[in-house]
Write a protein that binds this ligand. Structure first.
Ligand code: KMH
Ligand code: ZN
Length: 310
């Protein structure tokens, strides 16, 4: 596959790591999720990676009903590709985590490629008081959390989702996850060209630095040849710097408050759109073009926005 000419920007609007105490900008009410998603799309994100939250408490939730208030609104207001999470929970089974993707049949959904520690307990020490009762325990409990994505789980998810023709964002948090993906392709679960998200900087996964990015990319080249697409998601302060590097290496980029609350080191972002605008400006200043939603559909080989169930 020739070097991609346009860069696909994904924006991950809200997620499972951060809590309302950590930033007022993190959306958890349906109206705020919709508004921020629409603004991010207008700023240049062609893919919107979405989770849900309990609108009263801000707690992470995978309840499919909570997508209802905002999916149609986003679809009406933008042409962006909707990507639904199948990973965002510390307490639910994979079976439960795939329920929203099964119900709404989006163009894309995440597919987490291995089991691992997935922790953010050090964040608890940064705050003395919390907006909601659940937050402190939730953050601290991540110390003992195993993010479960066994081969059996992956096979079950892939098999149930297969009839929906959803393109997976294969989230690979370490080099071994690339080998897991290769194995799954060899046994026929996934077909080339796959779309790989290199996830860097999660406590439990590979660190976010340029040497590791080159290693991930070289390993992917070795395993998948030229027949794959890739993107980077670096957590925390590394988000924009690593996305900048990846865009120069022919990769696509993911930003968003799900993975970093910051616009630069030590400064909280005002919104998801602010991060999108920043990476877009950098990508364009460095000579690349940003893909429109239809160009993203072409690049990633998606089924089309008219074939979703919302
Ligand atoms: N926030 C990412 C590090 C998922 O939604 O499936 C993890 C994530 C998982 O995006
Ligand atoms: Zn996510």
């Amino acid at each position: 596959m020739a070097r991609q000419e346009k860069t696909v920007i994904t924006c991950a609007i809200t997620g499972a790591i951060h809590t309302p105490t950590m930033s007022d900008a993190l959306p958890y009410k349906p109206d705020d999720i919709a508004r921020q998603a629409i603004d991010a799309a207008e700023a240049g994100a062609s893919v919107l990676h979405l989770h849900t939250r309990n609108p009263e408490t801000g707690a992470v939730s995978i309840d499919p009903d909570l997508y209802e208030p905002f999916l149609p609104r986003i679809k009406q207001a933008t042409d962006a590709v909707i990507n639904i999470s199948t990973g965002g929970s510390l307490v639910n089974t994979v079976e439960e985590r795939i329920a929203p993707a099964l119900r709404f049949s989006p163009e894309m959904c995440s597919m987490n490629m291995g089991s691992m520690n997935f922790a953010f307990h050090p964040l608890a020490k940064r705050f003395e008081t919390f907006k909601f009762d659940w937050e402190k325990d939730y953050i601290e409990n991540s110390k003992g959390y195993i993010f479960r994505n066994t081969f059996e789980d992956i096979e079950n998810a892939a098999t149930q989702l297969a009839p929906h023709n959803i393109k997976f964002e294969h989230e690979c948090y370490d080099v071994g996850h690339l080998y897991n993906l290769k194995f799954c392709m060899d046994i026929g679960l996934f077909k080339a060209p796959v779309f790989i998200q290199f996830v860097m900087g999660i406590l439990g996964g590979i660190g976010a630095d340029i040497e590791n990015l080159v290693f991930m990319k070289k390993t992917a080249d070795k395993l998948f040849g030229e027949d794959y697409r890739w993107s980077i998601l670096a957590a925390g302060a590394a988000q924009i710097p690593m996305a900048t590097t990846a865009s120069q290496m022919g990769g696509n980029v993911r930003v968003g408050l799900e993975d970093s609350l910051f616009i630069k080191r030590g400064v909280l972002a005002e919104s998801n759109a602010q991060q999108v605008k920043k990476i877009r400006r950098i990508v364009e200043d460095l000579g690349n073009e940003v893909a429109t939603p239809d160009e993203a559909r072409e690049i990633l080989g998606l089924k089309g926005g008219d074939r979703v169930n919302f």
